[in-house]
Design a protein around this ligand. Structure first.
Ligand code: NAD
Length: 318
């Protein structure tokens, strides 16, 4: 019983592998099972049950080596993130769509219909949006990243309908607070305006302060990705795409939380210089969702944004 995690060296991938190794996840990784991490970079989790394979998932030979008859669960997380996919159209299309299609086709050829969990994004939505996105809203992406994720979603749903995979498409909220360095995601500031000031450094907010964001802490997203693997197909029926729960928070409210939890001095380290390129992408995304269905299916959200910052502080002090 093997698990494949593409993007296993990434921010979420490495955390997911850690969670899958914990005794709480023995139903997903039974004794004797192993996790294959497939990424351009080596997986940072050192454990005898983890096999780190480095390579390009768009390379057919590498992809073919990743799935065998024992692969019962696949987490497909490898991706080119939003800012980079917008800047390099060909790269985004090749990794976010072409490689996803090739991975699905390998699953089909292997003939075992593995559970297939895809990290999609709220970036599939855009254009004129209601205050709160209902379950029934169709994607209308306003970025290449969003379009590539939306195309992959449709294809995954069809492979699932045909019985080639048993899919759960999880549309992730924006993750905050992401530790480490800023990345090429347009939403990178949603972590930077907290992480840097809490570490005594300056940070800039590139979007209007009344921008509403749909957010989740890393820990909650990982718990939800694990939960997705446990859901029975019958609970989902034909609707394999899920808007994962998040909390709807204005940037000004995030900064209020920063002042409350991290102190007024931390809040004062955040400047406000608009960046048109980032605004164009981030302000096209929805800031609130109706999550009745995902709640009923047992997915969870953070309590509030103060709790998200405190969770980050706990992570940093470990
Ligand atoms: N972090 C967020 O806020 C967020 C929000 C919504 C959706 N997502 C999705 O979640 C997934 C994981 O995001 P993350 O934040 O961990 O990103 P990340 O950039 O930290 O991880 C992505 C990983 O994919 C790997 N990768 C990229 N191209 C590859 C290739 N050609 N072959 C093999 N590996 C390749 C990278 O090396 C990296 O380790 C992505 O699919 C992303 O689109 C993330």
């Amino acid at each position: 019983m093997n698990i494949l995690v593409t993007g296993g060296a990434g921010f979420l991938g490495a955390r997911l592998i850690e969670a899958l190794l914990s005794p709480d996840a023995h139903d997903l990784l039974p004794p004797g099972g192993r996790i294959v991490s497939a990424d351009l970079a080596a997986c940072p989790i050192i454990d005898p049950r983890v096999e780190s394979r480095t390579g390009d998932i768009a390379d057919p030979a590498f992809l073919a080596s990743l799935i065998d008859a024992d692969t019962h669960l696949i987490y497909h997380l490898a991706a080119i993130v939003s800012g980079q996919a917008e800047a390099d159209f060909d790269l985004g299309l090749r990794i976010n769509f072409d490689a996803t299609r090739a991975l699905l086709e390998h699953c089909r050829q292997a003939g075992r219909a593995p559970r297939f969990i895809f990290a999609s994004s709220l970036a599939v939505f855009g254009g004129p949006l209601p205050e709160q996105v209902p379950e029934s809203l169709s994607p209308l992406p306003q970025s290449s990243y969003g379009a590539q994720k939306a195309m992959a979603e449709l294809l995954i749903n069809d492979y699932s309908r045909k019985g080639f995979v048993d899919a759960r498409v999880c549309r992730l909220p924006t993750i905050s607070v992401r530790p480490g360095k800023p990345n090429a995601a347009a939403s990178s500031f949603a972590s930077g305006i907290l992480r840097e000031p809490l570490a005594g450094q300056a940070s800039n907010c590139p979007v209007p302060l009344d921008t509403r964001l749909w957010l989740s802490s890393p820990g909650t997203v990982i718990a939800n990705l694990i939960h997705a693997a446990r859901l029975e197909a019958e609970a989902l029926g034909q609707r394999r795409t899920l808007n994962l729960p998040g909390i709807s928070v204005r940037v000004s409210e995030m900064l209020d939380s920063l002042a409350r939890v991290g102190g007024e001095a931390a809040r004062q380290r955040v400047s406000h210089e608009p960046d048109e390129r980032i605004q164009r992408i981030v302000c096209s995304w929805p800031g609130d969702f109706d999550i009745t269905r995902s709640r009923e299916l047992g997915f969870t959200a953070d309590q509030d944004f103060d709790a998200v910052i405190r969770a980050h502080q706990r992570d940093m002090s470990r």
